[in-house]
Design a protein around this ligand. Structure first.
Ligand code: ADP
Length: 297
């Protein structure tokens, strides 16, 4: 599968430029689209899912013009929106069956086997007779995956699926995504760096509607090797002094003290020690460059 996005731009009527000339290629496997809230991720996901039109640019999916041939694209696409919306008071089994009818699976026996397989795959078999309205967040998200998989799509888009899940449900959900990502393309949009680190062989970072970086997590992490430095600020005054002097990527509390991480080409002195680079460092560095351009080293 090949999804090619070229020069995609979208400005909403209120003047917000949600997408600014995005060009991106997405191949097989799991692709992570990482960005803070308001970055333009949902706008991009909805546009790929044929639910809204851009002002400019093109999208092609295996040679199909996505913006023109929406019906064709919808046949091979599964979409789990950020807000799944209404949760009816009917059982997961009946709802999936109904959605399968809407997807055009006419044969009742075929629907039965598809729906049952999906309920097993998403670990909802035991809860299949419960109303979807009574499901927990995690169960709803898994149900969302089941409905997205109904027509056996080649491309699945999941928008911010792990927000609001507790750690156990999040883990279960990531495992489910990883298993469905083995034989199809999954685009995972998220603001959670760990989702991408755990799941995605390729990724992109977007912020303010712009593509900041595209690559493989392992490679972009390796590219910062030797450039990430950390030290503990023992007092608030020391923290403020460091903030004034350095461009701080992140500050973590460890035992009530601030562990500060910075990017520096060479040893910054002052007790900083080199530490392993992480995907969070990559992310925060890109975001800080988005806010204020760094001098080119
Ligand atoms: P993300 O999914 O990364 O949080 P969105 O695509 O939802 O980003 O939003 C990108 C920007 O566009 C935000 O500033 C948001 O407020 C704005 N936006 C999104 N949808 C609309 C809309 N329908 N009308 C006006 N502005 C919108």
């Amino acid at each position: 599968m090949a999804l090619t996005i070229v020069g995609l731009s979208k400005t909403y009527p209120n003047g917000v430029k949600a997408l600014n000339d995005i060009t991106l290629s997405i191949g097989n496997n799991m692709f992570g689209l990482l960005g803070p809230n308001g970055a333009g991720k949902s706008t991009l996901m909805r546009t790929i899912a044929t639910l809204q039109d851009p002002d400019a640019g093109s999208i092609s999916l295996d040679g199909i013009n996505v913006l023109k041939h929406k019906k064709e694209v919808r046949k091979i696409l599964g979409y789990l929106p950020q807000e799944f919306g209404v949760y009816p008071k009917i059982s997961a089994l009946d709802l999936l069956d109904h959605l399968a009818v809407l997807k055009g699976v006419a044969s009742a026996s075929e629907r039965k086997s598809i729906v049952e397989a999906l309920l097993h795959q998403t670990n909802l078999w035991d809860a299949r007779k419960k109303a979807v309205a009574t499901y927990s967040n995690g169960m709803r998200q898994r149900f969302g995956i089941a409905q997205a998989l109904l027509a056996n799509p080649r491309l699945i888009i999941v928008d911010e699926p792990t927000a609001g899940l507790d750690p156990a449900e999040r883990n279960r959900f990531l495992n489910l995504l990883s298993s469905i990502g083995r034989d199809r393309t999954v685009i995972l949009s998220t603001h959670i760096v760990d989702d991408v680190r755990q799941l995605c062989p390729r990724m992109a970072i977007i912020a303010s509607g712009q593509l900041l970086l595209e690559g493989a997590p392992l490679e972009v992490i390796a590219a910062l090797h030797g450039h990430i430095w950390s030290k503990i600020a023992t007092t608030d005054d020391e923290l403020r002094a460091l903030e004034a002097e350095f461009q701080i990527l992140s500050t973590y509390l460890i035992g009530g003290q601030h562990a500060v991480r910075i990017y520096s080409e060479s040893d910054p002195g002052q007790g900083f020690r080199a530490v392993d680079s992480s995907l969070e460092d990559v992310y925060f560095l890109q975001l800080s460059r988005d806010r204020k351009p760094l001098p080119v080293n």
